[in-house]
Design a protein around this ligand. Structure first.
Ligand SMILES: [Fe+2]
Ligand SMILES: [Fe+2]
Length: 255
């Protein structure tokens, strides 16, 4: 059952890697200074965050894949990391085109990298998905916040990819949770929710200019984040259901 799950996702990531770039790079547009001032620093932070080598994640995936007998996991992880780096490259190209300076470091990015490192594959993807769920809400707001046709198209491309990432990772997390006893599972879920709430607050604080411009005041932003979270991790699912469901959700592109 898990074999089919991984096979479908491997095929999805391979297929998506071959998708041609149809973004309107030639669009004749010049974002105003006011728009660049409002979104520039925030964009640079996301550009940095998407640009991970993924070396720890790839190492964890190899170990976890070996331990659990998931032979395709390392290859999927390589393609996944490549997709994230492509997001970074798209944003970098847009920033370069319009003279928006890149960032060499950002404290939120540093914290996220730090908390992912010491705990292995399962925690690592739980932390990762936290950033990605909130990122999904952010890119939707960014799409509304910009007048640039190119940036809107980049947001759409990233959103498409991220939706798939969320389906894939949440299925893995639900599966990993189903292998734990009730106490560990409860602690994991609680920890995940605390991390999620804290991250959403910080992201709003750091990126409020884009979020407000995109029509998301704090309450609406927070609400949108939790809506995505609960869609992926419904609170009421019993362990048995979660275990059965974990292996069955293949790549969304087939449907
Ligand atoms: Fe991404
Ligand atoms: Fe992602």
């Amino acid at each position: 059952m898990m074999d089919l799950f991984f096979r479908e996702w491997l095929e999805y990531f391979q297929w998506n890697a071959e998708e041609p770039d149809t973004l309107p790079w030639q669009a004749r547009e010049n974002p105003s200074d006011a728009e660049k001032a409002a979104i520039g620093a925030s964009l640079a932070t996301f550009q940095l965050g998407e640009n991970s080598e993924g070396s720890a994640l790839r190492k964890f995936a190899a170990e976890y894949g070996e331990r659990m007998g998931f032979g395709m996991l390392p290859d999927i992880t390589v393609l996944f990391v490549r997709e994230e780096r492509n997001h970074s490259a798209l944003l970098a190209r847009f920033m370069d085109k319009h003279g928006i300076p890149a960032k060499a470091s950002d404290w939120t990015d540093a914290v996220f990298r730090m908390i992912r490192r010491p705990f292995g594959f399962e925690v690592s993807i739980s932390v990762l998905i936290t950033a990605e769920i909130i990122g999904l809400v952010y890119y939707r707001a960014l799409r509304e916040a910009t007048g640039s046709r190119l940036l809107r198209a980049i947001c759409n491309k990233i959103l498409e990819d991220e939706k798939a990432h969320l389906e894939y990772e949440s299925a893995l997390i639900r599966f990993a949770q189903s292998t734990r006893g009730p106490l560990k599972r409860a602690a994991w879920k609680l920890g995940h929710r605390i991390l999620f709430a804290g991250t959403a607050v910080v992201v709003f604080r750091e990126h409020r200019r884009v979020l407000l411009r995109g029509g998301l005041p704090f309450i609406e932003f927070f609400d949108a984040c939790w809506k995505e979270f609960h869609r992926l991790f419904p609170a009421a699912v019993s362990p048995r259901e979660s275990k059965a469901g974990a292996g069955l959700q293949g790549a969304a592109w087939r449907s």
